[in-house]
Write a protein that binds this ligand. Structure first.
Ligand SMILES: [Zn+2]
Ligand SMILES: [Zn+2]
Length: 115
């Protein structure tokens, strides 16, 4: 899966994929899902599986810089100074939070109600 177009906004990353699908990922969400070893460990150790970030100090978390890594990934420097995570396109697609991506069988919603 590859992006056709990537639009970077202050607090949002928009990706249009080659299959026409579109993902919108907020920067703070990406920061929380950072795939580097350090953040993975933090998530594993926290009760709710998320990372504590200074989201609103002094302004909402945003990208300081952004670069492509080869043909397979993006690397961001976040405004909190963190820049170790390499987000592969495959991973970014998995992070998509649109209703369509969340309708796989394990998350079936609107089930008819049975007694
Ligand atoms: Zn990280
Ligand atoms: Zn999606």
């Amino acid at each position: 899966m590859n992006p056709k177009q990537i639009t970077r906004e202050n607090y949002l990353l928009k990706i249009e994929w080659t299959d026409g699908h579109q993902s919108e990922l907020t920067v703070s969400y990406l920061r929380r899902k950072c795939p580097c070893a350090q953040c993975k460990q933090q998530r594993a150790q926290s009760k709710d599986g998320t990372i504590e970030i200074d989201e609103h100090l002094p302004e909402p978390i945003h990208f300081k810089s952004y670069q492509r890594v080869g043909h397979y990934a993006l690397q961001f420097e976040f405004s909190d100074g963190h820049k170790d995570g390499i987000f592969t396109f495959e991973y970014l697609r998995k992070l998509c939070i649109c209703p369509q991506c969340h309708s796989e069988p394990s998350r079936v919603k609107n089930l008819p109600f049975h007694h």
